[in-house]
Design a protein around this ligand. Sequence first.
Ligand SMILES: *Cc1c(COP(=O)(O)O)cnc(C)c1O
Length: 410
Amino acid sequence: MENTAALEIEKIRQDFPILHQEVNGKPLIYFDNAATSQKPRVVIEALDTYYTKNNANIHRGAHYLAAKSTADYESTREAIRQFLHAAQVEEIIFTRGVTEAVNLVASTWGRKFIQEGDEIILTEMEHHSNIVPWQLLAEEKGALLKVVPITDQGELILEAFQALLSPRTKLVSVVHVSNALGTVNPVQEIIRQAHQAGAVVFVDGAQASVHLEIDVQALDCDFYAFSGHKVYAPTGIGALYGKRAWLEQMPPYHGGGEMIKEVSFSRTTYNEIPHKFEAGTPNIADAIAFKNALDYVNQLGKNRIAAHEADLLAYATARLQEIPGLQIVGTATEKISVISFVIAGAHHGDLGTLLDMQGIAIRTGHHCTQPLMQRLGLSGTARVSFALYNTRQEIDALMVALQKAVRMLA
Ligand SMILES: *Cc1c(COP(=O)(O)O)cnc(C)c1O
């Protein structure tokens, strides 16, 4: 039976060594989880174990350590398959993260299937990493980018999306959960409509993967990407899911070792998927520790983590509004774990600095979503974002520090 008991947060916090330190003479409060999450001890120890006991190159050595590293690396791939509910393990490609995944799809699928006059639909709330690679592709191919507008609350306008879909639409690339607003987009409906119009769909799951249950088969998306470092795993490792039928038709990404079957100067044949897309020695250590992070999340239970984070979001949303002149940016009905805000008369950058002096880490600025900031008429926002180890007490401390900062800036 599914465990629905509340998480024991104080016990969980003991798993994260970094949280137990002072910053600027104050206990660290880390509210920048949408930028990157902190790592539990099991992940840190997995890296140590890899380098002290198991380090060897994978997929080619004929010795014990090579076999062990290969097995561990491949068992992370299987863990990712389960995490995304993908049908086949060959549909999981290791990347450095979402940014590399978008670039991979743009330069392989995109190079092959996008032609002059084709249209690519994005949304106003995309992260730069889900804009620029498509822009580069569109420039190269003479394709056009179309953009789905949002409401002032930060929700996609689905009627406008429908109106943009046409036989020229070849690709729709959409963020599952906005890193700047916390909006959860109705990706299932978007995918359904896009497919009806004959378009392929890429989903940026950088924020969604850590907070929501992901099922790529139920979604029926063609591609889904996420970054390890936002789900308590190391930096420099992530994954791309792609439907087998697409992956098999796509040309390779990088050329080199591992992605080939046979090489001669007249002709090279490529390896099977997923290895076709994994040229060279990969980030073995971080890939292996990635599994420890996913196991950690699964053991606690995504449903229990989500319940805790929903409580933090509701509590912080209510408390922040006690501050005169504070306006929450992004008030979508479906929203998770992120609160962006501005305060009249207080620049977001100054707020960030003053909070940092009190040991509180938040993010300020455009959050790699400059087109979204332009749409909202803002130069940036202050953003707090929650993870499983945050507490209501930390939100109370944020309130005290924020009130102090506002007094200083007034
Ligand atoms: C963090 C983030 C990205 C980029 O991920 P990287 O890990 O930097 O490659 C893309 N989209 C969203 C929504 C993000 O939050």
